[in-house]
Design a binder for this molecule. Structure first.
Ligand code: ADP
Ligand code: MG
Length: 990
């Protein structure tokens, strides 16, 4: 069997049958007395780097029968699979960036918390939305199936939120399309191909576990099957469960269909959904070891096998192993009673098994001495699979929608913990002495009977031989007689032939004379024919000459007609010239009429003069009005005097307020101290986090692989956030915001950091805006020269700019001009990243497009490309994609007709030159932006001129996201401009 990529990449081929060692040598004496189960041997795959000397040491020192753990081979393997977007998500999530980013080459997965914060996780395998079912099987399940065929127990489980593809991955039958077949069907195919139909056996059971009750899906009336554990061996059995022997693939698929139908019926009866229950497929394999494998065993255990082989017999070895495939219930919590139609008690039960599984994994991951296996039926059934003696693969399925962030994150964390669980491998093998004895007795009986049969056969053969010799002699005499008669017949025949020959010669002679006569007649005929042809040709020539003559005459007649027509036309021209003279005369008369017009103009000028006189009169009236106004001003001054009196009383009030202010300042001082302390702690946490040594899990050098570190980081971050939240409650937002105006630079820096931290939490954003935090942050951006303040303030604004109401507020307060100013002045890439991120968020709001552009938002965004930092470029690209997306929506809704503002502002050259950028976030956003621009025919000419056509073609072929690929294809086909360009180069689509 070929070594699958999964195994070779993760284990470096350390776990292979040829590398197995027996921990305990077998001896004849013990093995004859021991029961079959007790004769089972324990095999531990040697760790990757151990030399042969340390191996022999292991063998010598391993007198204990306990299975030992292996550093890499025994760990639970965890792969993560991302489901492609479905039709609903393509529409609903189109505006969001990807929440999940996969890096399959590094086997990493990145979860984006917001635009600048993300967490990265390492897995054994990362399967993208385009991964085929075949690859998923080979990577996740094939190593487990191979190890089951080698005699170990194996488990494959799928964990994830409902709708993320667990059943798709495990249970697809692939009847319409064989490429769709899931893990269950493919595993059985491999098992059936490996075993021998005469000696080996495969049985299956199919169960459902719902509310802590096990039901037999192949005999649904058995709906409360107990789980029994052997107190000595710990083996789990299910008395009464149906065991079907599988002989071929067809019957297995039928069993799965029956099971699925019963599961559906049972769930309808219980009024629940299948996502609430676990489906468990148990496959038992009983396999006799083949001679090659036996020799390997012999090399490992010389004592036993030398003895056995020298006697010329071999001990048949039977391997019993079990494969469990579990389609787990949906990982989403069912803790809300009522809404789903069940009571709180039911909800508790529905969750029980999955919760217990989680607890066991936590306990195993932390190496806790107590693992609560007995807490649920699921964990009892799977007691071997985690931290047990089986090879286990877990496939964690997730969906792409940012709307399920919470569920996706907890699913990923579950997978991370499972990666820390180690298993022990145990070979399920026994020597079958009874069956050997039975086999030898049958062999002996068979040989004795065979011997008897062969003796009889020899006697029979001798008799037959003699009879055959007699028959041969008879046939020789008969043959001699036949020969004599044949010779006589041949002589008579020869005479007859000679006579016939003479006759034939005579006939030939007559035929030659006839042929000569015919040839002569043929020659005469040919001469006659030639004379006739000559005559015919001469008559045809005379006819052609006559026709030519006629044609010439006709032609001359036509010439005469044409000349006549020409003369008539000349006379017409003369009459036209005469008419022209008359027209000129008329023109002269018109000149006279114009003179009359000038007189009218004079009259109008007089009227104008009259008007200017009227104007002078109006001016006089105006002066009179002014003098009246002076009088009114005097009156106003008197009123002013009375107001100043009131002013004095107000001043008194002001003094009172000043006193209150002093008291407040005292309080503010206290708050400042608290703030300093807090920020100091936050800085310390950050420093210690940076200093922490990087430990890696499986030999990679990235700090992201450290499985403990994210926990620590998260803890300290959570701690920091918690204390900020506490401060928030104690001190009050208003006071924190007032510190943003503090004279003291240090205080201002700390205060803005605290506000930015608060703004990162969605729950605080509204409160901050209500308390006037947006104004403060914007004015800080305007007035402060300090780079740190600018960076943090811009970050806080960017966080606030994620919601629509705030976006409008930022716009109304002139925020875009401020951001543009910072974009032009700042040099620090992190500041630019925040500014670009904020503008990018604003770009995604349909209502703000026009103003955003008028106030220089797009120009500012494009200006920031001078910083070549990839994070800045990614935000710029995101902004352009958001903007283009809004425009294209406007076009679809019919409220936009003009050319794109992005093209007007000169964004196209940068877009084209980055369409194939090496940075994947930049590329992805730009590809999206291009597709949206190209959807509007009014942009097509500019796009073609800038060279976008080739990029769109490339996107339609190569883009990793299917939806974008399709969008590009659709756009190319729909646009007449693109189509005509493509036809020019013979590439027309559709
Ligand atoms: P679960 O068992 O986790 O609730 P399903 O396997 O029923 O989820 O999948 C939900 C839907 O998504 C089904 O329509 C399924 O066909 C589809 N789906 C899941 N994974 C994929 C995939 N990798 N490719 C295409 N469609 C998928
Ligand atoms: Mg399902």
């Amino acid at each position: 069997m070929a070594l699958s990529p999964y195994r070779s990449s993760l284990q470096g081929g350390t776990f292979r049958p040829s590398a197995m060692r027996l921990e305990r040598p077998l001896s004849m004496g013990s093995s004859t007395k021991q029961s079959a189960a007790a004769a089972a041997t324990v095999v531990t795959p040697p760790p990757r780097s151990k030399s042969s000397s340390s191996l022999s040491q292991t063998r010598r020192s391993a007198s204990a029968t306990r299975p030992s753990r292996d550093e890499s081979g025994g760990r639970v393997r965890v792969a993560v699979r991302l489901r492609p977007r479905n039709a609903d998500e393509l529409i609903a999530d189109a505006d969001f960036g990807d929440y999940v980013e996969l890096m399959p080459e590094l086997k990493r997965l990145k979860l984006r918390k917001n635009n600048w914060d993300s967490e990265t996780f390492q897995f054994d395998e990362v399967l993208t939305e385009t991964a085929s079912q075949k690859r998923v099987y080979e990577v996740v399940a094939k190593p487990v199936v191979e190890s089951v065929l080698e005699g170990y127990n194996g488990t494959v489980m799928a964990y994830g939120q409902t709708g993320t593809g667990k059943t798709f991955t495990l249970g697809r039958l692939g009847e319409e399309d064989t490429a769709d077949r899931g893990i269950m069907v493919r595993a059985m195919e491999d098992i059936l191909a490996d075993i021998s139909s005469e000696q080996d056996a495969v049985t299956v059971s199919y169960l459902q576990l719902y509310m802590e009750t096990v039901q037999d899906l192949l005999a649904p009336e058995k709906d409360n099957i107990p789980i029994v554990e052997d107190p000595k061996t710990g083996d789990v059995s299910l008395p009464g469960v149906t065991l079907y022997e599988v002989r071929d693939q067809r019957s297995f698929v039928e069993l799965l269909q029956i099971g699925e139908a019963n599961r559906f019926a049972a769930n309808t009866k219980l009024n629940t959904e299948s996502s609430r229950s676990h489906a468990i497929l148990l496959v038992n394999v009983r396999k006799t070891v083949r001679p090659k494998q036996e020799r390997e065993l012999a090399a490992l255990n010389e004592n036993v096998t030398n003895l056995q082989l020298s006697k010329g017999h071999r001990i048949p070895t039977i391997r019993r192993s079990k494969l469990i495939i579990v389609d787990l219930a949906g990982s989403e919590r069912v803790d809300k009673s009522g809404s789903e139609g069940h009571t709180l008690e039911e909800a508790k039960f529905i969750n029980l098994s999955l919760t217990a599984l989680g607890k066991c994994i936590n306990a195993l991951a932390e190496n806790s001495p107590h693992v609560p296996i007995r807490d649920s039926k699921l964990t009892r059934l799977l007691r071997d699979s985690f931290g047990g003696t089986a090879r286990t693969s877990l496939i964690v399925t997730i969906g792409p929608s940012p709307q399920h962030r919470g569920e996706t994150t907890s699913t990923i964390l579950f997978g991370q913990r499972a990666m820390r669980v180690e298993n022990m491998m145990k070979l399920r093998e026994e020597f079958d002495y009874k069956s050997l004895c039975r086999k030898l007795e049958t062999d002996l009986d068979r040989l004795v009977a065979e011997n008897e049969r062969q003796n009889q056969a020899v006697l029979d053969a001798e008799e037959e031989m003699e009879q055959k010799i007699q028959e041969a002699q008879q046939s020789v005499t008969e043959a001699e007689k036949k020969l004599a008669t044949t010779l006589e017949e041949m002589a008579a025949e020869r005479f007859r032939f000679q006579k016939e020959h003479a006759e034939t010669l005579h006939k030939l002679e007559q035929e030659r004379a006839l042929r000569e006569k015919l040839e002569k007649e043929l020659k005469d005929n040919a001469q006659n024919l030639h004379a006739q042809k000559e005559k015919q040709m001469q008559s045809e020539k005379a006819k052609h000459q006559k026709e030519l003559e006629d044609f010439k005459q006709r032609h001359q007649q036509e010439l005469i007609d044409l000349t006549k027509r020409l003369e008539v036309e000349h006379s017409q021209r003369d009459s036209l010239e005469r008419k022209l003279v008359e027209v000129e005369h008329l023109v002269k008369q018109k000149g006279k009429i114009e003179l009359g017009g000038q007189e009218q103009i004079m009259f109008l000028t007089n009227q104008c003069k009259e008007l200017s006189r009227l104007k002078e009169k109006a001016e006089k009236e105006l002066q009179e009005f002014r003098s009246k106004t002076t009088l009114a001003t005097k009156k106003l001054k008197e009123e002013n005097a009375s107001l100043s009196k009131e002013n004095k009383t107000l001043q008194h009030d002001l003094e009172e307020s000043l006193k209150q202010k002093k008291a407040l300042e005292h309080e503010v001082k206290n708050v400042k101290q608290q703030l300093f302390k807090l920020n100091f702690e936050a800085d310390e946490t950050r420093k210690s986090r940076d200093k922490e040594p990087t430990r890696t899990l499986i030999g990679s050098d990235s700090p992201l692989l450290n499985s403990h570190k994210p926990m620590n980081m998260r803890d300290s971050l959570n701690g920091q956030r918690a204390s900020i939240a506490k401060l928030f409650e104690e001190v009050g937002l208003q006071k924190i915001l007032s510190l943003l105006d503090s004279e003291d630079m240090g205080v201002r820096v700390h205060a803005v950091k605290v506000v930015a931290n608060l703004a990162a939490e969605e729950a605080n954003q509204e409160k901050i805006v209500e308390a006037g935090g947006m104004d403060s942050l914007l004015s800080l951006l305007q007035t402060s020269e300090d780079e740190t303040i600018q960076r943090v303030a811009a970050g806080a604004i960017a966080n606030l700019a994620m919601n629509e109401t705030n976006q409008e507020l930022i716009m109304a307060q002139g925020g875009i001009r401020l951001l543009a100013r910072t974009a032009n002045q700042a040099e620090d890439p992190q500041t630019l990243r925040m500014v670009a991120g904020a503008i990018a968020n604003l770009c995604g709001n349909d209502k703000l497009q026009g103003r955003l552009r008028e106030e220089g938002g797009i120009k500012a965004l494009l200006g920031m490309v001078r910083s070549r930092h990839p994070d800045v470029l990614a935000q710029i690209a995101r902004g352009l994609a958001n903007f283009a997306k809004c425009e294209s929506r406007g076009v679809t809704e019919g409220c936009r007709k003009e050319r794109s503002l992005l093209i007007d502002d000169g964004a196209l050259p940068w877009i084209i030159s980055n369409a194939n950028s090496e940075s994947s976030p930049v590329r992805r956003h730009i590809e999206l932006a291009l597709c949206h621009l190209a959807q509007h025919e009014v942009n097509a000419k500019d796009l073609v001129a800038a060279g976008a056509l080739w990029e769109l073609l490339r996107i339609s072929e190569e883009c990793s996201r299917e939806d974008i690929r399709n969008l590009a294809k659709r756009t190319l086909t729909a646009s007449p401009t693109f189509q005509s360009e493509l036809r020019k180069v013979h590439l027309g689509h559709g």
